[in-house]
Unconditional design. Structure first.
Length: 310
């Protein structure tokens, strides 16, 4: 319903839930142990992520990295790899196209370039914290202030309609993939990432369920394009780095984020991508979109903390 009417949410939320539930159902059907059912759930999540985004390598790692920060569930790696590539093959046969972006940027790794990329990473980390706080605190405050789900849905849904009329541009509704393409061509210099954040938060508060990963792609690409244009430093590359960096910041998955960059944009600029993901992982602190995500080990020192994301 949310996607049919253009809510500002991603498809992966429903996909990951369906993939995980299919894995759990199959684990129960085969009467697997509790631990093996968890492996099946992770494999199902990888399959769904791969089918939606068309990034089977990143999808294979995502489910075993996202559950607990600081601990990789390697026992689920092989099942996730098999499920991920199988799902991508089936999805392709059924006509589901993979995300595809062309990045025509010559690699030029310099200390100054690394410094500029570090600045972009800092902004991605800060914006991601604002986004996560707006999502979680907004939901908490709105439920207390407007306890009735239907009234809350009408109020925030109407707000989205009003904003759509004000901006008179549909790129902020739906997934916004066309806008991402513009950013990756270096054609945008606007504050689209902030507007998209508002649309996405209002959609979630209104009860229009969906994923937040594609909106984070949108915000990261928009921020990167603006940053690159202002600094005169390859807006196309900055948009691609912003996309993967924002994803890393909101999911706390640096390895998956790096692999997403490489699968979508190639390995030519992998050093910049690795730096971006490493910095965004640190700079985003202990915030994240998934409140059930466990952070077992500190991001800043080798110590066991075992806390939930904020």
């Amino acid at each position: 319903f949310s996607h049919l009417l253009g809510a500002s949410v991603g498809r992966e939320g429903a996909a990951l839930q369906m993939g995980g539930s299919v894995g759990e159902y199959m684990g129960a059907g085969f009467r697997l142990s509790k631990d093996d059912k968890k492996t099946m759930i992770m494999a199902g999540m990888s399959a769904a992520f791969s089918a939606v985004f068309g990034t089977p390598i990143a999808a294979s790692v995502f489910s075993i990295e996202v559950v607990t920060v600081g601990l990789m569930h390697y026992e689920a790696l092989l099942p996730s790899v098999i499920a991920s590539f199988t799902a991508r093959f089936v999805a392709a046969k059924l006509g589901a196209n993979a995300l595809s972006y062309e990045l025509n940027v010559e690699p030029d790794f310099t200390p100054l370039g690394m410094l500029k990329v570090a600045g972009l990473s800092l902004l991605c980390g800060l914006i991601s914290i604002v986004f996560c706080m707006a999502m979680h605190k907004g939901e908490e405050i709105s439920k207390k202030g407007i306890p009735n789900d239907y009234i809350r849905s009408v109020i925030f849904g109407t707000s989205i309609l009003v904003l759509s009329l004000i901006f008179n541009d549909q790129v902020y509704n739906g997934t916004g993939t066309e806008y991402i393409h513009l950013c990756l061509n270096g054609d945008t210099r606007s504050l689209g990432f902030l507007i998209k954040m508002v649309f996405t938060v209002l959609s979630i508060l209104a009860g229009y369920k969906g994923g937040e990963i594609v909106p984070s792609f949108f915000m990261g690409a928009s921020l990167g394009s603006l940053y690159g244009n202002l600094l005169g430093f390859s807006p196309e590359l900055c948009a691609a780095l912003g996309l993967s960096g924002m994803f890393c910041s909101v999911t706390n998955c640096p390895i998956t984020s790096f692999l997403i960059f490489c699968e979508l944009f190639g390995f030519d600029n992998a050093p910049y991508a690795m730096l971006t993901c490493a910095l965004c992982y640190i700079l985003s602190g202990y915030y994240g979109l998934y409140t059930g995500q466990d952070i077992l080990y500190s991001k800043f020192r080798s110590s066991y903390i075992n806390k939930k994301t904020k």
